[in-house]
Write a protein of this length. Structure first.
Length: 389
């Protein structure tokens, strides 16, 4: 099966520098360089669609714009691109979420994918009125997905769970197609929920050996449930015509990390209850030294950003080789991003994807109908846009 690639909509703002945020940390001033207007985000989405990304991830959290509202608006400016909408089950009832997904599918032409984010930070969850601890949040997510899945099958649902209760829940119209559920988590309870309910298990960009262990773990859990999952990975990318150019760009980004900013972000992330975030922090230990933790895998992003903290860095051929390496482990889907997101989409889409196509690992998902837009067809995004030299 050809590899699938998704891009990222920076609803916390964009910049030529790394924009922080996530896991309880603020986005930082760089996010104001290119505010996340619908016009600018639509430019990124149209570029991703033309280049051959199947979808685009929209994040969730207090540090960014609301994912549902933003993607609903941006979807009107695209034709085929799918939207991997991140949302937190504890913030909305399962029946309403199932209805929202069904509506989105009809209004977008079936272009919704769901990234279920349980929420790794209790202090952030409490700001939204959610006072469960992390393990209970995952157990609630399991009940939530059980209800939603049955509603999507057209069933009337009565469930009295440990955390959720519905009576006579039903949808007037079920989604067609049913959205795929993407799910991540590195703790034991997260693995159990993923094995029972996920279609695609997502991991952050750890070195291949660690990713292989995680895939084997989830595969085993899923097999006990009589299920088979697909696997995806979340990474940043810095790809250029030569390796030297790519690493120079990584160095430029690193030079922009003020020591006091790194210290503050690391202190905030140290409070995280997320096992995945703990594993990200362990890759660099807060130090600027030895950040290439595997050939072409750089942990520098994680110094100032929560969540996904690693990037593939190298020439187009080198990055394609690393992607093929992860693919051999069982990774089929790649959720990527880069700073700034418009320009980096083109670097990857024009530099790496054709090389993967030549190897038979990728084909353009919209090739049958997609026609690249000329510059004259792409609306100007205003002052927030990338029209700067």
């Amino acid at each position: 099966m050809p590899l699938t690639f998704h891009w990222f909509l920076p609803t916390n703002g964009d910049s030529r520098h790394v924009v922080g945020g996530g896991h309880g940390t603020p986005a930082g001033s760089a996010g104001r360089d290119r505010p996340p207007t619908v016009a600018y985000l639509s430019q990124i989405a149209r570029a991703a669609e033309d280049l051959g990304f199947l979808g685009a991830l929209t994040p969730t959290g207090a540090w960014c714009e609301d994912a549902w509202l933003t993607t609903a608006m941006v979807s009107r400016h695209t034709e085929r691109l799918r939207f991997l909408v991140a949302f937190r089950p504890g913030f909305v009832s399962p029946t309403l979420a199932a209805q929202m997904a069904s509506t989105f599918q009809r209004q977008s032409g079936g272009r919704l994918l769901l990234n279920v984010v349980t929420g790794g930070e209790s202090h952030e969850q409490r700001a939204y009125g959610d006072f469960l601890d992390k393990d209970d949040r995952y157990r609630r997510t399991g009940e939530f997905l059980e209800i939603v899945r049955e509603l999507w099958q057209g069933k009337t649902v009565d469930l009295a769970g440990e955390h959720l209760r519905v009576e006579g829940a039903a949808l007037a119209r079920v989604p067609d197609p049913v959205p795929a559920v993407y799910f991540g988590g590195s703790s034991p309870v997260a693995g159990e929920i993923a094995a029972r309910h996920a279609d695609v298990y997502l991991t952050w960009g750890e070195p291949p050996a660690a990713v292989a262990e995680k895939i084997a773990w989830i595969r085993g859990l899923a097999a006990r449930q009589g299920r088979t999952l697909r696997f995806g990975i979340r990474l940043h990318v810095i790809t250029r015509d030569t390796s030297e150019q790519a690493w120079a760009e990584a160095g430029r980004l690193l030079d922009g990390f003020a020591p006091e900013a790194v210290e503050a972000v690391q202190a905030g992330l140290a409070r995280s209850e997320s096992e995945g975030q703990r594993r990200m922090l362990a890759l660099h230990g807060g130090s600027r030294d030895d950040l290439e933790i595997h050939p072409n895998l750089w942990a520098g992003i994680g110094l100032v950003r929560g969540g996904a903290g690693t990037a593939l860095v190298g020439s187009h051929s080198e990055v394609a080789e690393r992607i093929a390496e992860y693919h051999r482990l069982g990774i089929e889907e790649f959720v990527l991003s880069g700073y700034p997101h418009l320009e980096e989409a083109y670097w990857f889409g024009e530099g790496v994807l054709p090389r993967l196509g030549e190897q038979g690992l990728w084909t353009h998902p919209f090739r049958d109908t997609a026609q690249p837009r000329s510059a004259a067809q792409i609306p100007f995004a205003g002052a927030a846009g990338p029209h700067r030299n």
